[in-house]
Write a protein that binds this ligand. Structure first.
Ligand code: HEM
Length: 227
């Protein structure tokens, strides 16, 4: 089938799964912003997204999207390298107009996957996984997302790792958003530039939304907040 065998088919799968993952990130960032205002409200959302059947189905769907996106990224990279053959190293200088992010999508993707594994260990493993498999979680309440946020970002090592991870995601998205629209055909002369600007603006807002939560909970202990 063309979606599996052809280069354009694989790019379409990358684009559609990428856009779906951006939609998930938009929801996730908006949910996290709630933690800035109310711990109880945040934990109510976490309870709703706990080990309920609909949340487990959504998690499996999300995992399928992420795995397809990653597998197709490797397939496309291998295919491009094979197509270029021995020429791959003939020109190493970067053409002036090619963005750094576009040449390093795979490296950025690998940093993002490593960060995601750490993040899932910090939160998802102690929350949904612990609840599903009746494992004791460190805080004694698998729906206490607010408690896990406070605990994680009170550790400066995690703060630095999350900031690096979020910057890598910003680079990846700022190129990926535009590239997806290009592949899906919204690439007339005018829209070529517009999608670039929209992609950078959207990625910046999205990542700032995540960053503000990390930084707020990092400086919170210094502000003497107690709850
Ligand atoms: C930096 C700020 C972030 C915070 C405070 C945060 C917090 C959380 C929390 C509390 C959960 C568990 C929710 C639950 O099971 O009820 C979670 C799950 C998750 N997070 Fe994050 N997150 C952050 C950033 C991110 C980013 C940038 C990504 C993706 C690149 C991400 C991907 C995920 C995924 C895939 C899950 C599992 C979702 C599921 O079970 O369906 N998170 N996060």
């Amino acid at each position: 089938m063309w979606l599996f065998n052809s280069s354009i088919g694989r790019k379409v799968v990358m684009s559609v799964t990428g856009v779906a993952l951006i939609l998930f990130l938009t929801f996730h960032m908006s949910m996290n912003i709630v933690a800035l205002f109310s711990g109880d409200a945040y934990n109510m959302i976490c309870e709703f997204l706990g080990a309920n059947w609909y949340a487990v189905v959504a998690t499996l769907g999300l995992a399928a999207l992420a795995v397809s996106h990653i597998v197709y990224a490797f397939l496309l990279t291998m295919q491009n390298r094979r197509a270029r053959g021995a020429e791959r190293y003939a020109v190493t200088a970067r053409p002036a107009k090619v963005e750094w992010a576009s040449q390093n999508m795979l490296v950025l993707g690998i940093i993002i996957v490593l960060g995601l594994l750490l993040h899932l260990f910090n939160f998802w493993y102690n929350m949904m996984f612990a609840e599903l498999f009746h494992i004791a979680d460190p805080l004694g309440n698998p729906a206490d997302g607010y408690g896990y946020i406070k605990e994680t970002f009170a550790n400066p090592v995690y703060v630095v790792l999350y900031v690096v991870w979020l910057v890598a995601i910003w680079f990846h998205l700022s190129h990926g958003f535009w590239s997806a629209m290009h592949t899906l055909g919204w690439n007339g002369k005018v829209w070529f530039c517009r999608w670039k600007v929209i992609g950078i603006a959207y990625s910046t807002l999205l990542i700032l939304g995540f960053l503000v939560v990390v930084l707020y909970f990092a400086i919170r202990p210094c502000l003497g907040c107690c709850a």
